[in-house]
Design a protein around this ligand. Structure first.
Ligand code: SAH
Ligand code: SF4
Ligand code: F3S
Length: 497
């Protein structure tokens, strides 16, 4: 049995050198990966020649947009290796691309892997791989090693691009392979990507996070901030533009600190402007923005470029300055409200969304009321609300006065009720207006209706008029007829674009 595990103990001082200095090691590695992909492909081709059946795969995703984009890379590599997506049978290879931001995300993954134990008994040569944020924690790796013997391959977020080599080792030596890299500072370009959509694309502009919000595990599992080179990002978006992509979303845990680790002086506002100037992609989005770093320059670039969607996701987390300080968020309630005022004044009609945590250790009824008051004052279009989840290894996990679950749940419900009524009121104000919608496809629940999104990220459903025309991927005008809390219903006005 071959077992190799190195767990990273992250520290800000870990960050040695810029991404540029480290890029060569990563690039040499990716060239090697192409050789491993070829060898696995040859093996899979032989299997096909013999059995007239291609080996199949499934990637199960549990995380955020960053993870979804990682899954597109896993699929890209799997296709190069000659695997095809699984249809109805038991796949030959399953990859669990995991998340650990809250406890329930981890529990789901254990549930799924556990459920495969019997399947694996029936299909011995099936390979189960686990990667993503969860496996960057030592206790998780130990748990999988001991209790989930059906798992053959474990790797982390830093060595995702080494998947072909690790899979190769797993297949050709018939052993369990564990490799969790602790290497930060590498931005690896050239990993194959198989995108989920023909008209929407994720573009990661930076990896990692330096903020260490006291509740959050992400900096421990994703490492320090590493920005991609401007030329690599521009080359990618220009290609996407040429391919007819209608919407890109630039991804980073805190896109506003893009470029701080590089020496070319290009910050996020400048990058965004460069992307607008060098492409004609009709919709450009980004997430996430940390309020402490949102610059006036960025607001100006947004105000001056209509192709940047009138939508800003600006997580507030709490409305209480006292709690924000304990969260290590580095802004006050007043600063946040000032920022929102500035954004709304400069970009009229902008849709705002946010993330809020309820039941952070020490949160009093008074603190929670401050959160409600921010929600009332800002009137977010939508909010992702979470009950605080204790994450081993984070400072907040050691804080005293953890909030009882019933108290947190009761506050969560009150917050949800308030936010839902605001979302509904805002949505109702759209009735009678025409909006531009990027059509995503037919509604999952009703094939007589299309579903799509406005630039403010609101879901719009409207009737399919002509069964012979597919509007997916088109930007159309829809008149809004009625509103619900989470979506709008309308009628197609024109589909010229
Ligand atoms: N980098 C982004 C998103 C990080 S994770 C940001 O800073 O906004 C997405 C959201 O999960 C966070 O905004 C936060 O609201 C929530 N979250 C993170 N850790 C959490 C925890 N321990 N318990 C509950 N929610 C958490
Ligand atoms: Fe987590 Fe804070 Fe970093 Fe977001 S900014 S990923 S909440 S530590
Ligand atoms: Fe995303 Fe979850 Fe990792 S939110 S960065 S997949 S811990």
């Amino acid at each position: 049995m071959h077992d190799r595990t190195m767990i990273r103990v992250p520290d800000l001082d870990d960050f040695s050198g810029s991404a540029e200095e480290n890029i060569n090691a990563g690039q040499i590695d990716i060239e090697k990966q192409h050789l491993y992909m070829e060898q696995i492909r040859d093996r899979n081709d032989m299997y096909f020649a013999e059995k007239n059946r291609k080996r199949t795969y499934e990637v199960r995703n549990f995380g955020c947009q960053m993870n979804e984009h990682d899954a597109e890379k896993l699929r890209g590599m799997l296709h190069e290796m000659g695997y095809v997506p699984n249809q109805d049978e038991v796949p030959d290879l399953i990859v669990f691309n995991t998340c650990c931001v809250r406890e329930n995300a981890e529990e789901k993954v254990y549930g799924h892997i556990g459920a495969l134990k019997s399947l694996k008994r029936d299909k011995e040569d099936m390979i189960i791989a686990v990667c993503g944020c969860m496996t960057e924690q030592e206790h998780v790796v130990q748990e999988i090693r001991k209790k989930y013997e059906n798992v053959d391959l474990v790797f982390g977020t830093h060595n995702l691009h080494r998947f072909p080599e690790l899979l190769h080792k797993c297949i050709f030596t018939n052993t369990r392979v564990f490799e969790i890299s602790n290497t930060d500072g590498e931005v690896v370009e050239g990993v194959p990507v198989l995108r989920d959509s023909d008209f929407k694309a994720w573009v990661t502009i930076m990896y990692g996070c330096n903020n260490f919000c006291s509740y959050c595990i992400v900096p421990y599992v994703r490492g320090r901030e590493r920005s991609r080179a401007v030329c690599d990002i521009l080359a990618e978006v220009v290609e996407l533009d040429k391919a007819g992509i209608k919407e890109i979303t630039l991804l980073g845990q805190n896109v506003n600190s893009y470029g701080h680790d590089r020496r070319d002086g290009v910050d996020f506002a400048t990058l965004l402007k460069l992307i607008c100037d060098s492409t004609s992609i009709p919709r450009i989005r980004f997430m996430t923005s940390h309020p402490k770093d949102l610059s006036d320059e960025l607001i100006e670039v947004m105000a001056n470029n209509e192709r940047i969607c009138r939508h800003l996701h600006l997580p507030v987390q709490s409305g209480s300055t006292r709690i924000l300080e304990k969260m290590n968020r580095k802004y006050t309630k007043e600063k946040y409200l000032e920022l929102v005022k500035k954004v709304k004044e400069r970009i009229p009609g902008i849709a705002l969304s946010t993330d809020i945590i309820v039941g952070f250790p020490g949160e009093t009824e008074e603190d929670f009321n401050e959160t409600l008051s921010v929600v009332e004052e800002v009137r977010f279009d939508s909010a992702f609300t979470f009950i605080y989840s204790k994450r081993t290894g984070t400072p907040a996990a050691r804080f005293e006065d953890q909030i009882p679950e019933e108290v947190a749940k009761e506050r969560f419900n009150r917050l949800l009720e308030l936010q839902n009524s605001i979302s509904r009121e805002i949505n109702e104000s759209y009735v009678g207006r025409n909006v531009e919608v990027l059509v995503e496809g037919l509604s999952r629940t009703n094939d007589k209706k299309y579903t799509g999104r406005t630039e403010g990220n609101k879901v719009v459903n409207f009737d399919r008029m002509d069964e012979n025309i597919d509007l997916s991927g088109r930007i159309v005008t829809v008149r809004i007829d009625s509103a619900q809390t989470w979506s709008l219903n309308g009628t197609l006005v024109n589909s010229k674009n």
